[in-house]
Each structure stands twice: as C-alpha cells, then as structure tokens.
Design a protein around this ligand. Structure first.
Ligand code: PMP
Length: 284
C-alpha cells in the first residue's frame, strides 16, 4: 500500500514520523475519515470544512489547500486500486524537537498523513439488515468533543467494553442523557419524528448527521434536535446511528432491551437508502 506523509508518497513500511511529533507525545492532532464508494469520495467538502474547523479551534495552521487534499486522496485511491473503503487523514502539530506543554513556534511544520483502507462491499454491510446491539456507558471523555482530535482512548475503552459484553457498540451517557456512540451520532425514531441531540461542544458535529437530517426533512420526516435518555430510546419505535463509514446503521437493542419490535425498522432502512443514493450521486 502506498501512503502519503508530508508531501511524499511512500510504501507504508518506509513512511515514518518523528518520535517528538506532538501527535505521538500529546495526541495534539486532528483527523477525518472519508468513505470511498466506486472509487469516489463521499462528502469530501463536508469533511474538509470540519477539518479546517478542528484545526482552527486548536490554533493550528492548515497545511494544504482543499485542492491538494483532494488530489492526494484521489492519487491514493488510484495507486492502491480502492473501489470501496476509506481514506484516513491526520494533521498533527508536528515536531518542535522537544517536549513542552506550550505550543511550539508558529513556523513548526504540521505533520500530514493520509492512507487508504480497502473495505470491499462497504455499502452492502450485512449488519444493516440485522442492526446493531449497544450498551450504555458513562461518557468520560473531555468536554470538547466537537473537535475531532486523535485522542480516542476513552471511545476505545468503551468499544472494548461493548465487545466484552457481546454487542456492537456503546452509547455514551452524560447527566442521564445520551451524547453519542463511540464513533457515531445517535438517534431515536418516534412515529414520523427523528430525534437526535442538538449540536454543541458535547458531541462531534457529524458530517453524515448533517446530510441525513437534510434528507429526512426533504422526505417529510420531522426532525427534533434534543437530548434523550436510554429509557426513552428503549421505548422508541426505532433507533440508529450515523457515521461516515457505517452510513445509517439501525440499532435494535439497548442494554438488553429490544427497541420497538427488536428489528430493523422502516425509517432507518429508508434513510440508509436515500443517504447512499444521494451520496453516490454527489461523490467526487
Ligand atoms: N461522533 C463521534 C464521536 C465520531 O467519532 C464520529 C465519527 N468520526 C461521529 C460522531 C460521526 O461523524 P461523521 O458522520 O462525520 O463520520
């Protein structure tokens, strides 16, 4: 596999980054994951806009132009023969040559890394037919979850807890209300209404979330942006999550209780279809 690091395309076993890089020492960096279907990027613009916002919230410069990001991603898709899969993009504050809590001088060059991951049949994931089971765990992450940092240890721990308990993911709960999944936004459905937590510093502003809420409104569904509890989710007609790599994924069980009929419901199914159809059309 060919990967990109700081302006160079290299075989993955020859790509290296300094041990002094603040991404490595301090998780001082941000990332994006863009899905690829039929060799094309889904919602590239949305992801680059969020990348720039994350960088700016951390007072980090943006090392590449939008066009450069696009060119690198297309080159990697081409060189690695990716049909379905994703591109990982990471920007860290770079290597100031020493470890210090203070940010390094402005002229420190950020480290930019991009690589592909092949996922044949990504859009036909059989899990979309059976749905995910989730557990709830306390949300113990820091309070700026709107910045997409590489500091992912707590979500990893929550994912491991879910695995240990034989389910697919964990929903994080703070002050009795669901914030989001370990790596996705969380929704419930009541009748014709889709309910998902409002945007704030408490959750990541999902690129898939923005698209799905737009498509839901266009399909005459009602959207309510508000918090909900695990009990309300268990009593809902349907539940689902969204992310760039899982698209729209139904959730059929929460903490051992079936959601609605305990089966994949019509709203999540329809939204997944609309999302995939519209995103494929607009892919670049
Ligand atoms: N919340 C969290 C915590 C995430 O890590 C992700 C995926 N990166 C999402 C939500 C979904 O965001 P997106 O739709 O942009 O992939």
């Amino acid at each position: 596999r060919t990967v990109y690091v700081n302006g160079e395309y290299l075989p993955e076993d020859r790509a290296t980054v300094s041990i002094f890089d603040r991404g490595f020492l301090m998780a001082d960096g941000v990332y994006e994951v863009v899905s690829v279907l039929d060799g094309k990027l889904l919602d590239f613009d949305g992801h680059i806009e969020r990348l720039k916002r994350s960088l700016s919230e951390l007072s980090m410069g943006n090392p590449l132009t939008d066009e450069e990001y696009l060119n690198v991603q297309r080159t990697l898709i081409e060189n690695n023969g990716i049909t379905d899969g994703m591109i990982y993009l990471q920007v860290t504050r770079g290597n100031p040559g020493d470890r210090d809590f203070a940010y390094p001088p402005e002229d420190t060059v950020p480290t930019v890394v991009m690589f592909t991951q092949a996922k044949p049949g990504l859009a036909d994931n059989p899990a979309a037919k059976t749905g995910w089971k989730v557990i709830s765990v306390e949300d113990l992450r820091w309070s700026r979850r709107d910045i997409k940092t590489v500091q992912l240890l707590y979500p990893s721990m929550a994912k491991m807890e879910a695995k240990a308990r034989g389910v697919d993911d964990a929903w994080l709960v703070e002050d009795g209300q669901v914030t989001e999944g370990t790596s996705n936004n969380a929704y419930i459905v009541k009748g014709n209404t889709i309910i998902t937590r409002a945007l704030s510093h408490d959750i990541l502003h999902g690129i898939t979330r923005a698209a799905v809420l737009r498509f839901a409104s266009e399909a005459q569904m009602k959207v309510e942006e508000r918090s909900f509890t695990i009990a309300e989710a268990q009593a809902a007609d349907e539940a689902f999550i969204t992310s760039a790599s899982a698209f729209v994924m139904p959730v059929v069980e929460i903490d051992g209780a079936a959601v609605g009929a305990g089966q994949v419901g019509p709203v999540a199914t329809r939204l997944r279809e609309i999302y995939l159809e519209e995103m494929r059309k607009a892919a670049v």
